[in-house]
Design a protein around this ligand. Structure first.
Ligand code: SF4
Length: 281
């Protein structure tokens, strides 16, 4: 992995822009970049649905109010039929894609994931955007496989693309503080590069508000840009604020306050960060 040179003129210029630019200026610059990259007068969107197949997880991320430790009474794994019903509900509303991801559940065998992909494609066909890089990394470690083997098998069973969940801030010092047991920054990006090489498209996220600096956020964007650069990768990106009182999934029954993201930010600050969440360049 290439090291990001924080002393470079380009890096410093983006940090400086982030610090001083108004929301409107950033919005205008983002719009100019968008027209430069996509001059065609077309903007598209899709309707999709997040499905969290399990909340059982051993990663213990400090900001997460969604997960339950193994053997916790509120832990769950959705059945194939429950997942199928959620897809049918989505389709009834015009949805065309599911984003399916979940906790790092040590009790689920790899065959379950493959059977799930096949079940969906057979009985509820839809585009499957599934299994974040940290899950793929967890599968590789748990089942003694390489990243490439994991992705190849999931693709053969029906996986269509990979979501960018678990990216948080792709700076190792930040991850060490809040998500130490999850795939590290280099490993997360390695999963995405492998997916691109195997012909999959991916998306990417940035979850801010973890006590990171503005330079950390810019480094995240620079690192994402490197992985986006090869033709065919073209992932969309979005930023989400770590919310102190909001669970990371709509299925969580237990909102908790995280000490790592307890500092509330203004709406303008959040908008500013979202405007900068397209990797520069
Ligand atoms: S954020 Fe994801 S990986 Fe981390 S504890 Fe929550 S469910 Fe597990």
């Amino acid at each position: 992995m290439t090291m990001i040179d924080r002393a470079s003129r380009e890096f410093r210029s983006y940090v400086e822009l982030y610090e001083r630019a108004s929301l409107l200026e950033l919005g205008s610059l983002a719009d100019q970049a968008r027209w430069r990259l996509h001059p065609e007068n077309v903007v598209t969107y899709i309707i999709d649905r997040n499905i969290n197949y399990t909340n059982v997880c051993v990663a213990d991320c400090k900001f997460c109010a969604f997960y339950r430790r193994p053997k916790h009474g509120e832990g769950y794994v959705l059945s194939f039929e429950q997942i199928g019903r959620k897809i049918d509900e989505l389709k009834a509303l015009g949805g065309v894609q599911i984003l399916i991801q979940g906790g790092h559940n040590p009790y689920i065998p790899f065959a379950w994931y493959l059977d799930l992909m096949r079940y969906i494609k057979r009985h509820h066909p839809i585009h499957i955007h599934g299994f974040s890089p940290s899950e793929v990394d967890f599968f590789a470690g748990r089942f003694g496989m390489s990243i490439e083997e994991v992705i190849r098998e999931l693709m053969a069973a029906g996986l269509d693309s990979i979501p960018g969940g678990g990216g948080e801030i792709l700076v190792q010092e930040v991850r060490d503080r809040v998500a130490k047991k999850k795939a590290g920054a280099d490993r997360w990006l390695e999963v995405m590069e492998t997916a691109h090489r195997l012909g999959l498209k991916t998306s990417v996220t940035m979850m801010y508000g973890l006590g990171e600096t503005l330079a950390d956020r810019v480094e995240h964007l620079f690192r994402v840009r490197e992985v986006q650069a090869p033709p065919g990768a073209s992932p969309p990106s979005f930023a989400g604020r770590c919310s102190p009182s909001t669970p990371s999934s709509s299925t969580s029954p237990r909102p908790t306050r995280s000490p790592t993201c307890a500092r509330r930010r203004s709406r303008a600050s959040c908008s500013t960060t979202c405007r900068t969440s397209r990797p520069p360049g």
